[in-house]
Design a binder for this molecule. Structure first.
Ligand code: ZN
Length: 318
C-alpha cells in the first residue's frame, strides 16, 4: 500500500473542488467552493486560493508530494495556462504559476484538461482499468474526452488530446461554436439531443422538462421521436469512436457524463452503429462501456496525474 499523498484540484464552470488523495486513490480531505464563473479572473482565483488554504490547514498537507489540477478547457499544459469556455475571466490565465505561488512553490504542479483527468481516473480505477488503449468520454453539456495509449495517459503537448467532441462526422453539417462543421458535440451533447427531439416534434411531459434526461425517459417509454434522437446521437458517437479506434487502435470506449447515464437508450443503438463504422479487422473487437467513476472522477484523475509526476513515480500505473 502506498501512503504518499498528493493534492488535487478539479476546476469547472460550476465548482472548484480540492482534495488530498493517497496512492490508492482514496480521498482523505475534501473541500469545495462554487465557481464565481461570471466574475473577473482574480475573483475566480481567490476561490481557488480558499480551497488551497483549507487543504493546507489539514495535518495531512505536509505529506503531499505533488499537486494535480484538472481544469475545464481549453488548457495549455505546456504554458501552464487555462482558458475555460465557461469562465470568461480566465483567458490564457497563468493558473499553474498562481497555484504554485499559493502553495509556497515547493510542490511540483501538473495541469491537465478535465477530459484527460476523467480518463486518468477511469484508467486507474474505473471502466478502462486494465486496458492499455482506451478512449474515455464525457457526454453531457459538451462532449470531451481523453486517451490512454500504450498503457499510459496521452494528454498530448498541451493537455487536450482526445477531444472527440470536435471531430467532424458530418462534412456539411451545422456550424459548431468551435468554428468547424458537423462536430460530434453538435449531434451528441445533451442539449443537442433535446434540441433535435423538440425539432422533430417530441412533446415534453406535464412537468415541461425538455432536458436530455427527459428525452431519455421518453425514449425508454417507447416514444419514437425520442428514440430517434438518441439513435442519431449514438450514430455520431459511433462514427467518432470508430475513427479514433481506426487511427490509434483503442479497444474500449468508456462513456460518462449525464448522457452516458441514459443506459440502453444510448448504448444499444451505439453498439449497433459501431458495427457499421468500425469495420476493419483490427477494430472489430472494440467495446463500449459506461463510466464507473462518479462525481469524484475529476479529483481522482487530477491526483493520478500528480502521482505520475512525483519523482520516481509509476506506482499509480497511470
Ligand atoms: Zn466543434
Amino acid at each position: 500500500m502506498h501512503t504518499d499523498l498528493v493534492a488535487a484540484l478539479d476546476i469547472g464552470g460550476t465548482k472548484i473542488a480540492g482534495a488530498l488523495v493517497d496512492g490508492d486513490g482514496r480521498i482523505h480531505t475534501r473541500t469545495q467552493r462554487a465557481t464565481p464563473a461570471r466574475e473577473d479572473g482574480e475573483t475566480v482565483m481567490r476561490a481557488v486560493e480558499e480551497v488551497l488554504a483549507e487543504l493546507s490547514a489539514s495535518p495531512l498537507w505536509s505529506r503531499a508530494e505533488a499537486l494535480g489540477i484538472g481544469s475545464a478547457g481549453p488548457v495549455d499544459a505546456s504554458a501552464g495556462t487555462v482558458s475555460p469556455v465557461n469562465v470568461p475571466g480566465w483567458r490564457g490565465y497563468p493558473l499553474v504559476e498562481r497555484v504554485r505561488a499559493a502553495t509556497g512553490g515547493d510542490l511540483p504542479v501538473e495541469l491537465i484538461g478535465d477530459g484527460v483527468a476523467i480518463t486518468a481516473a477511469e484508467h486507474w480505477q474505473g471502466a478502462a482499468r486494465g486496458h492499455d488503449n482506451a478512449l474515455c468520454m464525457v457526454v453531457s453539456t459538451g462532449v470531451g474526452g481523453g486517451l490512454v495509449l500504450g498503457g499510459r495517459l496521452h494528454p498530448g503537448p498541451t493537455g487536450n488530446a482526445g477531444h472527440i467532441g470536435h471531430i467532424s462526422v458530418d462534412l456539411d453539417g451545422e456550424l459548431c461554436p468551435c468554428g468547424s462543421r458537423g462536430c460530434v458535440e453538435g449531434l451528441s451533447s445533451g442539449p443537442n439531443i433535446a434540441r433535435r427531439a423538440l425539432e422533430q416534434g417530441w412533446l415534453p411531459g406535464p412537468d415541461g422538462d425538455t432536458s436530455a434526461v427527459a428525452v431519455a425517459a421518453a425514449a425508454r417509454a417507447g416514444d419514437p421521436v425520442a428514440v430517434a434522437a438518441f439513435e442519431r446521437a449514438a450514430q455520431a458517437l459511433a462514427a467518432g469512436i470508430a475513427a479514433t479506434a481506426t487511427l490509434v487502435e483503442i479497444d474500449i470506449a468508456v462513456i460518462g457524463g449525464g448522457v452516458g447515464k441514459a443506459g440502453d437508450v444510448l448504448f444499444a443503438p451505439l453498439r449497433k452503429a459501431l458495427a457499421h463504422y468500425a469495420t476493419l479487422s483490427f477494430v472489430q473487437r472494440l467495446t463500449v462501456a459506461p463510466a464507473q467513476m462518479g462525481t469524484d472522477a475529476g479529483l481522482v484523475g487530477a491526483a493520478a496525474a500528480a502521482l505520475a509526476r512525483r519523482p520516481g513515480a509509476a506506482a499509480a500505473g497511470v
